[in-house]
Design a binder for this molecule. Structure first.
Ligand code: NAD
Length: 273
């Protein structure tokens, strides 16, 4: 059940659960984390050129016993590389580091003003050439998506955004639902900050689950793909055990009501990275 899938607008299947590897060090650290995750049943890995660990990600995939076609690999074009030609070049660099022929999902990491529409055109080129099975964006608000749609030939299939009970992202999620864009959560665990929230703790106790598992299950209940990060084998397993219980409508509502529009990461409207 860990390999439960959502189907993207173009028919490609994407696992609901993936391993995030931001700040997992290239080399042994990221490789070990991926081996633990694959062993625990994960079939999706979320990296980015900005994480500087694409080589380790590629090596771990190559060395694992899991066939390449069973693993869904995501990477992202970084802000400095945006623009049409620049993005095509950045893609080639990422692919040679990953050592892959075809990528599963390529994302525009942040909506760099004045550039992301040209960046998107490059993603469309890569998609049409069959070099990537799905294309999407990250950190796009409704305004960015609306602007993108004005010129896009192909709609983004995914929008990866910060999402947790303190930042419920109602507007952008509603927009994505209407436009068949799969929402994906980053920082789903708030790096542990809200494990001590009383509501989260009480719901966890009621199910005999951990706060981390409740936060991840809440993503699934909202039909949001989730990519918790850990390099600790025990936590990697813990974070995968979210398909053997359900939250009640009331519990989901209680968690939704914790919203404070609180961001742990940068604001897509004002970010400077
Ligand atoms: P996260 O919410 O997944 O928190 C990860 C941290 O929480 C770990 O480093 C560890 O300290 C702790 N943790 C994990 N599992 C735990 C457990 N079971 N018990 C106790 N503590 C636990 O934060 P994140 O890494 O920022 O987000 C997840 C992934 O999302 C990233 O690795 C990356 O792939 C992606 N991401 C994308 C963007 C973007 O701009 N698109 C931004 C940030 C992160």
């Amino acid at each position: 059940v860990k390999t439960a899938y959502t189907t993207l607008a173009n028919g490609v299947k994407m696992p609901w659960l993936g391993l995030g590897v931001y700040k997992a060090e290239d080399g042994t650290e990221v490789e070990k984390a991926i081996h633990s995750a694959l062993e625990a049943g994960y079939r999706s890995i979320d990296t980015a050129s900005f994480y500087f660990n694409e080589e380790g990600v590629g090596k771990a995939i190559k060395e694992s016993n899991v066939p390449r076609e069973e693993i869904f690999v995501t990477t992202k074009v970084w802000n400095d590389d945006q623009g049409y030609e620049e993005t095509l070049a950045a893609f080639d660099k990422s692919m040679s580091k990953l050592g892959l022929d075809v990528l599963d999902l390529y994302l525009v990491h942040w909506p760099v003003a004045d550039k992301y529409k040209e960046t998107w055109r490059a993603l469309e080129t890569l998609y049409k050439a069959g070099k990537v099975r799905a294309i999407g964006v990250s950190n796009f608000q409704v305004s960015h998506l609306e602007e993108l749609m004005e010129t896009a030939e192909i709609k983004p299939m995914v929008n990866q955004i910060e999402f947790h009970p303190y930042l419920t992202q109602d507007k952008v999620r509603a927009y994505c639902r209407e436009n068949k864009i799969q929402v994906e959560a980053w920082r789903p665990l708030t790096k542990g900050d809200i494990f001590t929230d009383l509501t989260v703790k009480q719901i966890a106790e009621a199910h005999g689950k951990t706060p981390a598992q409740v936060l991840l299950r809440w993503n699934i209940e909202h039909q949001v793909v989730t990519i918790p990060k850990s390099v600790t084998p025990q936590r990697i397993v813990e974070n995968s055990l979210i398909f053997d219980f359900e939250l009640s409508v009331d519990e989901i509502r209680q968690l939704d009501q914790l919203n404070q529009d609180k961001r742990y990461g940068p604001d897509p409207d004002t970010f400077e990275l």
